[in-house]
Design a binder for this molecule. Structure first.
Ligand SMILES: [Zn+2]
Length: 126
């Protein structure tokens, strides 16, 4: 998984090279907040998936079960809303951080704040 982090030299989130330095040539000492970037899987996607799963369960449920599912559905909605809000905040900070600097396609996104734990619901017998 590619690593990214904050570079004091670039004043932006950058990809971290194999040797631990900034992809733009800055020393590793200028980097902080290094995290493993997941370019193809965002917080919003996770939130939407969990909401979708909740909706699926509600769809399969009978009318009686629907009443039981509603609180869970509401919880999923709140979680998605919170995640979306935090994601937007992160993007805003990221935008402010790179203000005055042209974003490049090679710039990674900021780390998703409060990434929800991926709940693996597979009940595979071991
Ligand atoms: Zn740099």
């Amino acid at each position: 998984m590619p690593k990214a982090g904050w570079c004091d030299g670039c004043k932006a989130y950058v990809w971290v090279t194999e040797s631990g330095g900034c992809v733009n040539g800055h020393d590793a000492a200028m980097l902080s907040g290094i995290y493993e970037a997941e370019p193809d899987r965002g917080v919003l996607e996770e939130a939407l998936e969990s909401a979708e799963r909740a909706a699926e369960r509600a769809g399969e449920a009978t009318k009686v079960a629907w009443d039981e599912a509603k609180p869970a559905l509401k919880d999923a909605g709140r979680t998605a809303e919170k995640a979306a809000g935090e994601f937007a905040e992160g993007l805003k900070r990221f935008g402010e951080a790179i203000a005055g600097r042209t974003p490049k396609a090679s710039d990674p996104a900021p780390p998703p704040p409060g990434t929800p734990e991926a709940s693996v619901g597979d009940d595979e017998k071991s």
